[in-house]
Design a protein around this ligand. Structure first.
Ligand SMILES: [Fe+2]
Length: 444
């Protein structure tokens, strides 16, 4: 295979492996962490929040994409007048039942990752500039030893920075003592996404990708034409997302309300001048009709209160956690705001509730726009700061990548101008997701 030229960031960051190995079809480290659900610490504390690590000392709460991509690529994005990026959550791979093999769980994740890689490779500088991960990078307990199999190996050909907010699985902890976890919450996430410098990952030292240098587990990414405010919604599995004590219910040392409000205020002048779209990303979905978790009312109230205080509402809200694709429209002060759930990154697809309302149903201020799509896939998001387009493509094994839904919002009028499921399931011009590639036994 010829050596490819791969990006080097301005801080020396490395992304894609220049000589990628074939897909693996077995875990390098066998994933046995299902057993931790029965550990004394988890059983005693599973309905409690975990502490939120403070941001790195001296770090601003926001980072700029220009510090992660070569200046020439940033210049191309500015000249094109728009930015494109990927987003999805719940990409990890772990066996979820007796019928699932390691190979099939890895292939589910690889189908999505490979399709995203293909989109980057086929569209070059006009294509996705980064991937914003919506959490649940590593199953089941965010362990360091699984970063190779579940993150670095699947995305080894993705030649762009990958930012992430943690999901509940990244923060969940276990231990044989009921009084303290074996490993502190988010330890491996901090190592791999919130490092002080872009070094090789100690959890995947043979891989090219540098660790990410986010200021903390909640932060804002400023990119040309768009900012994404990422929140960390803690470790509850079925109890919903939590970013504050919710009136003293959850004894959080630090909440994220001050951060969210101040970031919205910081971004409001550029947003209102039509120079920057503003999105909020949070792992647990405020709105969801999935069968397992449902929505998060307390989280919704907290985010709403910050938006009211800052007098700025997001142009869209992105979530994962529910392992399917859903799209709602919420009407806020006359503006139509997509609330998109894309926990479809490859791990354990979840069906919608059997009593889920049909597409088109409006409840209060929000409408379920399409029937949920239970399939693996990812979002491609485009903005020129005047409009915002969100597309969901499926990347199932042995099938071509297909655009299944899209929505475009005019950010000046606040109205959705086009939307809907693709009538023809338009096939993307990127290559089909790879499937079934075998790794030579001697390659690793
Ligand atoms: Fe989750």
């Amino acid at each position: 295979m010829p050596v490819q030229s791969t990006l080097i960031g301005p801080g020396g960051q490395l992304y894609a492996d220049p000589k990628p190995s074939p897909d693996e079809d077995a875990f390098q480290v066998d994933n046995t962490s299902n057993a931790y659900y029965n550990s004394p610490y988890y059983l005693k504390h599973k309905n409690q929040v975990q502490p939120i690590p403070p941001p790195r000392t001296g770090a601003l709460p926001y980072i700029n994409l220009a510090n992660y991509l070569p200046a020439s690529l940033i210049q191309s994005i500015n000249q094109a007048g728009r930015i494109v990026f990927h987003s999805v959550g719940d990409t990890g791979a772990a066996k979820t039942g007796k019928q699932q093999t390691a190979a099939s769980s890895l292939a589910d994740e690889a189908a999505v990752a490979d399709a995203m890689v293909a989109e980057v490779q086929s569209s070059g500088e006009a294509g996705p500039a980064f991937f914003f991960h919506l959490g649940d990078v590593i199953y089941e307990f965010g362990e360091a030893q699984y970063y190779y199999d579940q993150f670095y190996e699947p995305f080894r050909e993705y030649d762009r920075p990958i930012f992430a907010i943690p999901g509940n699985h990244d923060g969940m902890v276990f231990g044989q003592s009921s009084s303290a976890p074996q490993v502190p919450t988010l330890a491996a996430f901090l190592t791999n996404f919130c490092s002080a410098s872009p070094d090789p990952s100690p959890d995947a030292p043979t891989m090219t990708r540098s660790v990410m240098t986010q200021p903390g587990v909640y932060f804002t990414l400023d990119a040309p034409f768009i900012s994404i405010i990422g929140l960390y919604s803690n470790v509850m599995d079925t109890g919903g997302g939590i970013i504050s004590s919710q009136g003293g219910h959850f004894p959080l040392v630090n909440d994220q309300l001050t951060f969210l409000t101040s970031e919205l205020k910081r971004l409001k002048p550029q947003h209102d001048a039509g120079k920057r779209a503003v999105l909020i990303a949070v792992h647990h979905p405020p709105l969801s009709v999935d069968a397992k978790t449902g929505g998060s009312g307390g989280l919704m109230q907290d985010i709403d209160a910050c938006c009211k205080s800052a007098n700025l509402w997001p142009d869209a809200l992105l979530s994962g956690h529910a392992h399917l694709y859903q799209r709602f429209t919420r009407t806020i002060n006359g503006r139509q705001v997509p609330y998109v759930v894309a926990g479809s990154g490859g791990y354990a697809a979840t069906p919608p509730q059997t009593a889920a309302p049909p597409a088109g149903t409006t409840i209060g201020d929000h409408t379920l726009e399409i029937d949920p799509i239970v399939d693996f896939g990812y979002l491609t998001i485009t903005s020129d700061a005047k409009s915002l387009a969100i597309t969901f493509s499926t990347a199932h094994r042995n099938q071509p990548v297909q655009v299944r839904d899209s929505v475009t919002v005019n950010l000046q009028s606040g109205k959705i101008i086009t939307s809907g499921a693709s009538k023809t399931s338009k096939q993307k011009t990127v290559k089909a997701a790879k499937a079934g590639k075998k790794k030579p036994a001697s390659s690793r």
